[in-house]
Design a protein around this ligand. Sequence first.
Ligand SMILES: Cc1ncc(C[n+]2csc(CCOP(=O)(O)OP(=O)(O)O)c2C)c(N)n1
Ligand SMILES: [Mg+2]
Length: 1096
Amino acid sequence: MDVLGTRLEALERRVGGAADRTGAEGLAAQVAHIERRLSKILADNAALALGLEKYEKLRDVIEGDGDMELQRRLLGVDAKVELILLNEDAPAVLSDLRTIHDLQSRINQPEYAAVAGLLPQVCGLEQRHGGQAAEFRQVVAEVSSLVDRYHAETEALSEMFIRWDQALTAIERRDVAYGYRVPKKLEDPDYSPEQLQNRQQSARLVCLVNAFRSIGHRATDLDPLKLQSRQAIPELDPARYGIVDPHERFDVNGILSIAADDGSTTATAAEIFEALSAIYCGHVAFEFEHIPEMAEKKWFADYVESTSREGELDAAKKRRFHELLARRSPAAPKHTLTITLAAAAVFDNFMQKKFGQVKRYGLEGAESAIVALDELFSLCSSTGISEAVVGMPHRGRLNILIDLLKYPARALFHKLQGNAEFPGGLPASGDVVSHISSSSSLSYGSEGALKVTMLPNPSHLEAVNPVAMGYGRAKQMYLYDHNTDPGCALGDRLVGVQLHGDAAFTGQGVVMETLGLSNLPHFSLGGTIHIIVNNQIGFTTPMTNARSTHYTSDVGKMVNAPVIHVNGDYPEEVARAIRIAFEYRKLYRKDVIIDLITFRRWGHNELDEPSLTQPRMYDIIRARESIPHLYERRVLADNVISEADAEATRASFASHLEGELAASKEYVPQARELKGKWAGMVVSTGATGQMDTGVAVDTLREVGERSVAVGPGFKVHPRLVKRHIQPRLKQLAEGTGVDWSTAESLALGSLLREGYNIRLCGQDVGRGTFSQRHAMFVCQDTENVCVPLNSGGDGHGKIEVVNSNLSELAVLGFEYGVSIQSPTTLPIWEAQFGDFNNTAQVIIDTYIASGETKWLLQSGLVMLLPHGYDGAGPDHSSSRMERFLQLCDTPMDVSGNNSVQNPNMHVAVPTTPAQIFHLLRRQMVRPYRKPLVVAGPKTILRLAAATSTLSEMGPGTSFRPVLPDDHVTSPDKVRRVVLVSGKLYYDLAKARIEQGEGAGDRVALVRVEELCPFPSRELASELARFPNAAEVVWCQEETMNAGAFSFVQPRLQSILPSAMPIHYIGRGPLAAPATGVASVYKAEQADIIRRALTCA
Ligand SMILES: Cc1ncc(C[n+]2csc(CCOP(=O)(O)OP(=O)(O)O)c2C)c(N)n1
Ligand SMILES: [Mg+2]
């Protein structure tokens, strides 16, 4: 065969092959395949129901177009993917789709259609002209070029489909339940081939640059006290890498981002060394080499190198870098810094003079922290962020509140004069000034306003961290749910800010736990900016004793957060550190840490004498100039301001403070307004009594059926179909035998139906520790997750089912943060076993139990704590309800007027499914929010005797704090009333039946289902049913020093006739909650039951 013939054959093969792969038919087949997969995702993912509607509408429009069948289908696919994108941040898929559209429409162009028709013509020409005709050559050339283009484009199309397919598979495999948000993922930029070649050729320089990037921070000037001296680091010596001639020229392209003004990338060894020292060993230092992602590391190095500060290189380069810096993020004008710092100094002096005996935990020595925040807030407002949520400790809090957050100084002075921070008549005890919170709207020039919320904090350092995260997340979810921009990614609108003390950051475990939440899908905020106000001391503890790590910030490396150390003496550098951190977070939506190295001018507080323990450190501190003065000298020298300006700034602020002090005498505190999302809520008085929390039975059936319904193609595990779904449907159909898990899902589903949102969080809560809940199903084919309760549609709330990481302290703090943010979200935290709540004790004591009393902040948080003695040993038996009861502020005497109680939290021990149904609903239906602690069930989750009917949850029903003994037919015969809480009731009831008539008739078993508030009226009326009862027994399976006994006894006594004794029947006192010996457990349990039922 001649050459042309061979070529023709090859052309034909290529056309055929390309058409097979991705020609019109192949394309249609692939589209159909992807359509099917998307339909499945849509059907499986109830959260997308809303979007589905939008898609249907869109399809109607496209269908009107008729003949463009393939395009219509592609558009349909596109719409579906966009729906996923509403919940799934996967812009790469969308951009692929756009490319597919482009390619596809080009393939549909007539020139491609002609390809097939041309080929026979070509063959005919060959036959007719024997391969000689010029016309023939021309046609072959045309066809050849067309086929080449077709081939190239179909190849690209084919690649698109592969990538797209992979992206879809990734989406399908993820937990796509409501609330899941994929962290922002960026392309991995690699070096160009030329850069790689340059790196190979200049390997010596690569080594030197790497050394500066990874350990340059050890050779920096970071310490304002110069206690830590600069170290000579051998690895930073160019000679070590064979770079000995300072004049040797290198091309830095792909090695170091210090291009000259004219774009030239060559520099001498000396210039490079100078640049590296300036960038990496100045007053700012970086740690980013530990970041595992190559792209992030590369970005970080490029950014800090190319935006390196003025004065480090020659004038031309300075101009270039200044321009770059200003373009990326406007530099803080010098005079702004001066005013802020001067204000801080004035405030501190003023406070010292007027309130010399007050512990302010002032910022002196770390004034740059204000600059840091100011720069951060101004960057936020210039980049579309509308909310900042700040968690911070005592240090400098008052300065920041007054100087930056517009907290009214008169309110502070009023409080400092010994007055309350809230109006009289409110159920609040207040808090110290170093825990004050605020919410203010800041505006920076013409940029949008930024709302800054500083949360109240307890004394327990760092405990606020997870609370601030939870609060921010709840706000963020609200912004998303009400956002019309589907492309809105995590962190676009809200930034988390945490300030830390150096000693606390290294010492407190909650820091590690909270950092551990930062990149988890249901917890992430899209990056928190951490600022460690590192004054190199914690109370009297020097850093050598405060941490085992080299840097204060080292714990941040557990989440691979980059760290920027900065010398607090240089406010402009501090602002630069913030800009870098801000840019990093903006791009990668992850946490970043600024280690702001400062000092503490006074003692731990202003009344302490620091020289008792740190005489040499304080010699240095006393001898040195303050940061505001230092900086003022610098800007005066630069002629940025005049001395008169500086004085005027100070005088004006001082006179403002004097005015505020005068106004504080007349200041009348305002109550925290229940507005916005809290509008309609009231401050509880305890007078609401029991509310109707029942729901129409038909509605319950509908909700119950929905709670186990999955889309077509979603393969639920057969065991669950048999043991969970079918029994639930049967219970709903029959209206009886409703078990715990069903009742719980009816409560949740009915609340969702009423528009409330729910966050159900804890370890393995989706399935449930005892494999009882199954709020989420996992497809056995794809591992896709489905939360059936989210398929409610318009007007329904959403449930975010959060299988948390193995943390209690941070996770509970997080959920508390959610609870104080939104009254329309029901946050439920479940401990794996009840006893694990004790690792979160700080959150319970300082927030849940006392938050409303201290700060008038309401919380509707529910804690579900599996509890009950079943021989599981000392730890898993008890949720330690005694500790919660001890924290309750309900009175000991609950007779008469005291029977109306308004305690700080509610503690319940429900024993029937209907009871948990009502408890959960009550949390939302009532017009105020109170924490609810539930000592929950384990063995009775599946106990036939512990089931309910649907009618017990129907209209007109409510939670019953006392369940009367309905089995007693002759109340007159009752000689002993046994009061009991929890599952022990079922053991007693069973044994009583076994005893038969006689002994059994003489004992009534009354269940106390809510311990706090103590149900005095309900109990009194139940006790009154037994006129011949001679004694009341409190029976519990917990040990005598635990359980509810010590809480119940005085309160019960206050409603009983004084002659009526209260007997205790239960285990004796024991240091451990329960025995670990099975036979001992059994004997004890039998003995308790025998004694409780034995009466004269
Ligand atoms: C959990 C906890 N433990 C102990 C304390 C007591 N305490 C209050 S401040 C402080 C020192 C804090 O040092 P650092 O974190 O460096 O902050 P700084 O006061 O130096 O700004 C200590 C030990 C506390 N408030 N919280
Ligand atoms: Mg400190």
